[in-house]
Ligand binder design. Sequence first.
Ligand code: FES
Length: 276
Amino acid sequence: MSVRRLAAVQPEDFEFTQDNLQWAERQIAKYPEGRQASAVIPLLWKAQEQHHGWLPEPAIRRVAEMLGMPVIRVMEVATFYTMFNLEPVGEHFVQLCGTTPCMLRGANALKDVCRKVIGEQRHVTGDGKLSWLEVECLGACANAPMVQINYDYYEDLDPENFETLLEDLRAGRAVRTGSQTGRSCSAPLGGDTTLTDETLYDGSRVGKWRKRFDETSAPGDATEPTSEGRPAELSRPEAKTSKGKQDAEALPDAGGAKPSEAKAPRRSAKKTDGEG
Ligand code: FES
């Protein structure tokens, strides 16, 4: 586990910009009176974003003041969550996943690239463009090995495409986020292995089913498809018959019970309930 300390060199003070201050006040207003401390993480995050990707000690104090919290409580949050950088980072901050799936897929070779192009962990290149840090699983194991650079993921890396990526970022050239080998999301390497039958997607499978059904149905048969394409036998004719029978019984001239007679048991049941 990495040691997380405040940077040795700190700015004199910290103030939110007017826009960020208004944003922060809106976040605080989301919480009921007495619960303003709940806004601590969004405010620290905004402070870090404003301060070039890292969180200086005066910003921690400022957030504590805004939320009416003891400074140590905000310090605890800032030092606990690795999403907060406590020391300067490069303009392109590389978080390299070194957890088991990425390690098995070549993360160590990517670390060598970082050392070659950037230097040791936490070192910011002289031009201020790059720095890197090894982190734990970033949740994109299916596309290992991978890194997060600022807000984007870069996956399916190897030493060659990773070095090219870093140089492109440093030079300000456009880069592609996500998989660097071109696969779609986390689709299997080498192509799909399941659900590959085209008829699943072009509608012809349903057509085959219909054709087979037509071939086995005799004209006038009870299983003849309805106009909606649904077999008559699957339309629960017995249910229709049952309902029709109930309707017929409700008609006086159909030989069934009269409506008044049909209601009698319900009145009786109601009376019994009431008496009970
Ligand atoms: S192990 Fe690297 S993203 Fe999960």
